[in-house]
Design a protein around this ligand. Sequence first.
Ligand code: MGD
Ligand code: MGD
Ligand code: SF4
Ligand code: MO
Length: 703
Amino acid sequence: MTVTEPPGATGSRPRTELEVLGACPLDCPDTCGWVVTVRDGQAVGLRGDPRHPFTRGALCVKVNRFLEQAAAPDRILHPLRRTGPKGSGRFERITWDEALDEIAGRLSQIIDEHGGEAVWPFWGTGTLGYLQGLEGSPGRRLFNVLGASQHDDTICSVAGSTGLKYTMGTSAGMDPEDLALSKLIILWGTNTLTSGHHLWKFIQRARAGGAHVVAIDPVRTRTAQQADEHLAPIPGTDAALAFGLLHVIIGLGAEDRDFLDRHTIGWAELRERVTEFPPERVAAITGLPAEAIIALGERVARTRPTAIRATMGIQRHAGGGNALRALACIPGVTGDWSRPGGGLSYSTGGHFPLDHAALVRDDLLARPTRTLSMTRLGDNLLDLDDPPVKALFVIAANPAASNPDQNKVRRGLAREDLFTVVLEQFPTDTADYADIVLPATMQHEHVDVHNGYGHLYLVWNERAVAPAGECLPTSETFRRLARRLGLTEPSLYDSDEELAGQLLGSGHPRLTGITLDRLREEGHVRLNVPKPFLPFADGFPTPSGKLEFLSTRAAREGHDPLPDYVPPAEVTDTERAARFPLVLVSAASHHFLNTVFGNNPELRRRAGAPSITLHPSDAAARGLTGGERVRVGNDRGSFEAVVEVGDRVRPGVAATTKGHWAKLTGGGNVNATVAERDSDIGGGAVFHDNRVEVEPTEPPPAP
Ligand SMILES: Nc1nc2c(c(=O)[nH]1)N[C@H]1C(S)=C(S)[C@@H](COP(=O)(O)OP(=O)(O)OC[C@H]3O[C@@H](n4cnc5c(=O)[nH]c(N)nc54)[C@H](O)[C@@H]3O)O[C@H]1N2
Ligand SMILES: Nc1nc2c(c(=O)[nH]1)N[C@H]1C(S)=C(S)[C@@H](COP(=O)(O)OP(=O)(O)OC[C@H]3O[C@@H](n4cnc5c(=O)[nH]c(N)nc54)[C@H](O)[C@@H]3O)O[C@H]1N2
Ligand code: SF4
Ligand SMILES: [Mo]
């Protein structure tokens, strides 16, 4: 933190101006460092930290409006109690004492009657801070003492992470900064310029060094538009494409024999599987021309190092886990893992050896309790018994807008016998269903510690200003609730700084010298890893220590020991295709971060109304020319959208974005159409594996 002299202070009272270092809390790989300018206790400016090696001074179109958002008139500033029916959003202001008394009373009664497992702490991704949100860090000690159900965070990256772990032993691959050293970059199901744009400068650096950039995405996104080449496969067919590329690579004899012998297991079996995917078959599965598959396979075969950047998009399908597994085989065959600038980059999260166990203290559980899947919220609220969920704590999540099968989720949340507490900053679609809403601080009002999942820096977030209204940090809310419940376990009362110290205290060499004091002083610190970073120079963290094309661990967990192509559930369902002909992909919005900022007037204006992009042939078949309002739906539900026509999508595929608040955009959003269904591995959500039809909402004009 630096204190600067006031430039030309006027008046009798001296003015102070502080620059406070912090971090963007949102679920974005870039985890930017930021600088808050504080004048007389008020946050008057926010900019990217120019010294942060990844941020380099720039935030993004969304977070540039963070301070405006923090001061927005709809910010929740006091505890609230519901006065209208569930879902109505009608509340009265109450005091913290009243709120905590009511919560403690209801909770004790529910636990007495139904046991601790009737309580479900439901954590989302509103903040990735270890102290205020990530993976349920705050409150988890308390819920463990209460013997609550465990929350399985399946909404985002579990399929891909688990799939990659089978092959690589971890989902943490390349340092994304090392993409700058690549000669071929494949942006595979990732919209870099929208969903984590700071990586782009490293890609541009590679280009300056002669790299070729290929985008593989069923939609011509901003990123695909900027690439040198764009392949648009049928959604959910990436594993087949990966095998097709390997077919070409192996056909050319371009595999790295030495790497295969020394660092992999299951090469013979993988090669056998690859023979099932000649380019002609892959062309039929993916809808890509065989020549394009052959040409890209040849390019990978002859270009060292090749980097694959694949993030969360391609796993949101029935075969999502296997898709990432298959992609991870490519650098194993080419040997790119041994070259700086080569390999696969997905999430760097697993490279941070933080002591998460010390933070969440699962040892406080008296006995193991059941695990409830986040993306089965509807099923779990409506169909569970023994015990049913009777108390739901929603923490930094907005499931009524973000979860699959919105209508089912709402039916669950509407249950009169369910006691729901929502810790929030804004009156979201979910908060409308709360019995009690507790006001949460925003990032510049609390402390937190973050790691990037698209870089290798730890970032400290210093508190810059006092909380707005009566808002409390989520960590403090649970300390107060513990006290109200009369709990005596001492660790429930550890301060935020104590918690941060425990998290950093794993003793791992990558953290040597990275103390809380140093992190606080410097704002960000890179892990103790070399640059460039070869993550598997000392072997892969698999059971064999090698890259496992053939995974006995996968087999033990009920999967094919080899990666395979698992077809998407709805994309390839011909019966369903007859009723709902359009495959709808709903990826990241440029102007919202999940549903955060979905209520910001300026970002809503820039984003426009929810839209659906149709290929000209699909539009023409429905008599649509663009600009019409339509209802987009299937047997699960529907939402309103405005038609855009363009060849940004391939025929049969339609595109929209996530993030719109249902209540601000006609009462439903895209998740009214998405199924509550699990992916092949890890039980992940399948947002892009979805079929719909569109119908005009207005009668066509008279001829
Ligand atoms: N601006 C902005 N940034 C964000 C977010 C946001 O909401 N807005 N969300 C954040 C979060 S939580 C996450 S998880 C990430 C998500 O960001 P990404 O990892 O980029 O994931 P998605 O946006 O879901 O999808 C990425 C791309 O994959 C494409 N895609 C969909 N299905 C397939 C397929 O089967 N194959 C291939 N090859 N491509 C496919 C989509 O068209 C899309 O362009 O971004 C984070 N960053
Ligand atoms: N159709 C479709 N749906 C999707 C996706 C998709 O690709 N397509 N992507 C999915 C993905 S990748 C993700 S990660 C999920 C995200 O889904 P969720 O985890 O539900 O995340 P958000 O919708 O952003 O809601 C987070 C809420 O946390 C609140 N919040 C922020 N900071 C804090 C804090 O410090 N304390 C507290 N108490 N609250 C806070 C915010 O105000 C916000 O309302 O959405 C998923 N939904
Ligand atoms: S959302 Fe991403 S790009 Fe924007 S400020 Fe946050 S970390 Fe940076
Ligand atoms: Mo996500």
